[in-house]
Design a protein around this ligand. Structure first.
Ligand SMILES: C[S@@+](CC[C@H](N)C(=O)[O-])C[C@H]1O[C@@H](n2cnc3c(N)ncnc32)[C@H](O)[C@@H]1O
Length: 366
């Protein structure tokens, strides 16, 4: 008997916060196991001295140990290592979001490209209520940049285009997002009533990007978990999360926060399906299945043009042969045409859009 020597892949620590360094933690996870990574890494702010408001009160800036690097080289080395670890655990069709300010985002973008990630968009998060520039020596720093990248060119990443359009009242979602910074009741406080974390991100930002680029049940990993904003929103939206955070005080805050979160009702989590995500039905299938017969005449929706169905699922009309789209475009003198919504067939004296037949086939597939 041959002995099975294959090692079992370690189980994913779903919906938990791993402690310690994110590079080691990611290296302990099975490869190609995560659908999406959201990373809000140290900014490497390089602050020189305290910053004060005009009334002399000290600005609560990011001057924590976790944000200190001796040099750009050190920061770049760190970036290279964590992005490499992230890449190993991403599924082939997974994607990554990184967020940063002008201090670090260009370094992050360059390293993403160096490693073969494929940049899909950069999104500007414009803060509707930014902190003023107290010294009055530069522009008010009113935005952060997010980079969205797939694992490589040609990867089939998730993008719920129609859901985002619905979220934006029927208008295509643009790459500039105006959202407030995290404050008010959402801002977590420690026992002394002080901010629990200097860079807690707003839930609205995570809501938008998780609805856009994941589906319920996906695994979302955040290697710089902080107060667990990613985990909190993932839980609400019915996604699984894995957090990694090296500071115990932040892990505690995040654990308490996430415990109190309730998942939204499952029905409410289903978002408008992207048309592109629906199964492809070749027109020829309608012919093969006898829904339309070779020789049958189709009429354009506007009643101006006719074409005949051929046995191979192409159309012939006015000396032009080709797909439902090509023939429609040619007859209309247009650069392109969606044949599914252009052509109709006759049943019981009525013109019926051929798209209804496609929908019938799709319904059988579900
Ligand atoms: C910019 S903050 C993230 C804030 C988070 N997005 C939120 O909404 O609360 C970066 C976090 O990464 C943690 N961190 C920094 N270096 C780390 C490392 N090598 N491994 C794990 N966590 C790290 C820091 O302790 C800090 O909480």
């Amino acid at each position: 008997m041959t002995k099975n020597t294959r090692k079992e892949a370690p189980a994913l620590p779903l919906n938990t916060i791993m402690s310690g360094d994110c590079i080691e933690a990611m290296n302990s996870l099975p490869e190609e196991s995560v659908d999406l990574i959201f990373a809000d890494p140290p900014y490497n702010l390089q602050l020189r001295g305290d910053l004060h408001r005009p009334d002399n009160s000290k600005v609560d800036a990011v001057d924590d140990d976790w944000d200190q690097f001796d040099s750009f080289k050190r920061y770049d080395d760190f970036t290279r290592e964590w992005l490499k670890a992230a890449r190993r655990i991403l599924k082939p069709n997974g994607a990554i979001w990184v967020i940063g300010s002008y201090h670090n985002v260009f370094r992050l973008g360059a390293e993403l490209q160096n490693q073969g990630y494929w940049l899909l968009n950069d999104v500007v998060w414009r803060k509707s209520n930014p902190m003023p520039n107290f010294r009055g020596k530069r522009f008010t720093n009113a935005h952060e940049t997010l980079i969205w990248a797939s694992k490589g060119e040609g990867a089939k990443y998730t993008f719920n285009y129609d859901a985002l359009k619905a979220l934006n009242e029927g208008v295509q979602m643009r790459s500039d997002w105006v959202l407030p910074i995290c404050n008010g009741g959402e801002r977590l406080k420690d026992d002394d009533g002080e901010k629990a974390h200097p860079t807690q991100k707003p839930q609205s930002l995570l809501h938008r990007l998780l609805v856009a680029t994941t589906n319920p049940g996906d695994v979302v990993l955040d290697p710089f978990f902080g107060t667990g904003t990613t985990g909190a929103v993932a839980k609400m939206l019915g996604r699984d999360f894995i957090g990694i955070e090296r500071e115990e005080k932040y892990r505690k805050v995040a654990e308490k926060r996430i415990k109190a979160i309730r998942k939204f009702d499952t029905e409410a989590l289903t978002v408008t399906a992207s048309k592109r995500a629906e199964p492809r039905v070749p027109f020829g299938q309608l012919v093969e299945r006898g829904m339309l017969r070779p020789g049958e005449q189709l009429m354009s929706m506007n009643g101006r043009h006719k074409a005949k169905v051929r046995a191979d699922g192409t159309l012939i009309g006015n000396d032009i042969k080709g797909s439902i789209h090509q023939v429609g475009a040619h007859l209309e003198g247009a650069p392109s045409c969606n044949g599914w919504t252009y052509w109709t067939y006759q049943r019981e004296g009525k013109n019926v859009p051929i798209d209804l037949l496609r929908q019938q086939i799709r319904a059988e597939m579900n």
